[in-house]
Design a protein around this ligand. Structure first.
Ligand SMILES: [Mn+2]
Length: 461
């Protein structure tokens, strides 16, 4: 079997279903995945409904209806097949579209997953797109679905490692380009917020790559723009964004940044990246490019309104779009408040990490993002650990850790550190080298930071 065979088999099983239930996850990849599958079912005239869950676990299995519909698990399921087995679900009742590591179980559930075939930079929305394309040849909505798929992939950091999408995910972007719904900008500055962030903010927030003298320093970013004689405002007084700049202005800034990096011996290989623009969206709006679009969807999901995001993906630019914008503003405000709280309160600094406990001041769903933002203003060599209480579980403490690419290059692996430290005390953790989280019992909170500090000390090269 090849990956293409799996995609085809999954598409056939969905096409043969009398009714479908899509079960998906609440982040940008999950929301776009759901939107793609729902559109694919509508176009194939299959009655479909959907369910969003924060995670697929014993507690949330109750949201999966016990009816005769085909259950399409997307962006989840591969690693939780035991739960499907325990529920007594047969192969005729389930398909899985995922990109997470698959569990080995006795029931051979049909699955489309690029991961075992080496497509490691293809998220669930990407696989869902391939299934949708297979279900409806000459698909009327392929251009929009390609957009959704690119947002899901970018939201799941599939463009990060190689400064752009690769493999099948890149081909999906090219499908969108052919359909006229995506514009691929090559060799642009590798930064976030090219459609909405004022220039100096956009430059000073970049930390991958880290630009000495510019990253974390808005005044210096402003000084560079002044030196290069680049206007920060339009004639009408509006703050300009990266997308407003012309070719010459862009190259002047890129050259200026490259010089600054080379002067301090930095590697400039990550200075440029590919961006994915949606030309039908208004300039200056958060849906104008894939990464900012993904932020809006994440905001909807994290504040328990994934359906608002899903409606935006399906094309609603009225009610749902307004609500999405509100969620985004709220999301950014609370994250900023959390960052200010961390900076005002100060972290407890150990030899190799820094930590802070925010109690129940902020929802656990944004603590990791706030931690990352705060770290950009703190000693970057010491990964930050933020602990918080969960309002729905008094027994547990959530731990979020963030570091940056420079420290990962020096051997830091937060996932390994948190997994080792939390498993010793009956907790559990996961994530990536650069960002990881764990849940630990509340009575093991004391001394946990010191435990992680010891592990991180050993990792440092
Ligand atoms: Mn995903």
């Amino acid at each position: 079997m090849t990956f293409e065979d799996d995609v085809r088999a999954v598409a056939r099983q969905i096409q043969d279903a009398d009714a479908v239930t899509v079960i998906s996850h609440i982040d940008a990849d999950g929301i776009t995945s759901e939107a793609i599958m729902m559109q694919a079912c509508t176009d194939a005239e299959i009655p479909a409904q959907s369910v969003f869950v924060r995670q697929l676990e014993p507690m949330t299995m109750k949201y999966v209806p016990e009816d005769s519909s085909l259950k399409v698990f997307i962006d989840l399921g591969a690693g939780q097949q035991n739960l499907l087995e325990e529920r007594g679900m047969g192969t005729e009742e389930v398909v899985i579209i995922d990109h997470h590591v698959a569990q080995n179980v006795d029931t051979p559930y049909l699955q489309a997953n690029g991961q075992p075939y080496g497509h490691t930079q293809l998220s669930a929305a990407g696989v869902g797109y391939l299934v949708a394309k297979e279900m409806n040849p000459g698909h009327p909505h392929l251009g929009i679905l390609a957009q959704n798929a690119v947002v899901g992939n970018v939201g799941d950091m599939m463009a990060r490692e190689h400064c752009g999408l690769t493999g099948p995910a890149r081909e999906i972007a090219a499908d969108g380009e052919r359909a006229g719904t995506i514009e691929i900008l090559q060799k642009e500055l590798n930064c976030y917020g090219i459609s909405t962030r004022p220039l100096r903010v956009c430059l000073s927030f970049s930390d991958d790559p880290f630009i000495p003298g510019i990253s974390n320093n808005e005044q210096k970013a402003e000084a560079l723009l002044r030196k290069l004689e680049i206007e920060e405002r339009t004639a009408g007084g509006r703050q300009r964004v990266w997308e407003d700049l012309d070719r010459n202005e862009k190259s002047a800034i890129i050259n200026g940044l490259a010089q600054q990096m080379l002067a301090t011996g930095q590697d400039i290989s990550r200075l440029l990246a590919e961006h994915y623009i949606f030309p039908d969206e208004g300039r200056g709006t958060p849906l104008r490019n894939a990464s900012e679009y993904a932020t809006m969807l994440n905001a909807c999901g994290r504040w328990a309104r994934p359906r608002v995001g899903s409606d935006v993906c399906a094309g609603d630019r009225a009610q749902a779009y307004r609500e999405g914008e509100q969620m985004l503003r709220h999301h950014k405000r609370i994250i900023r408040e959390m960052m200010e709280y961390i900076l005002d309160t100060g972290t407890t600094v150990l030899s190799h990490i820094q930590h802070i406990h925010v109690g129940d001041r902020f929802p656990d769903t944004i603590v990791g993002i706030g931690a990352g933002m705060a770290l950009s203003k703190l000693d970057y060599e010491k990964p930050i650990m933020v602990l918080c209480y969960l309002n729905d579980d008094p027994e547990l403490v959530k731990v979020s850790m963030r570091t940056n690419t420079r420290m990962v290059e020096r051997g830091i692996d937060l996932q390994a550190a948190l997994m080792a430290a939390s498993e010793e005390i009956g907790g559990g953790g996961g994530g990536h080298k650069i960002a990881a989280g764990a849940y630990i019992p509340r009575n093991a909170e004391e001394g946990f930071a010191e435990r992680v500090n010891r592990i991180i000390t050993e990792q440092r090269r």
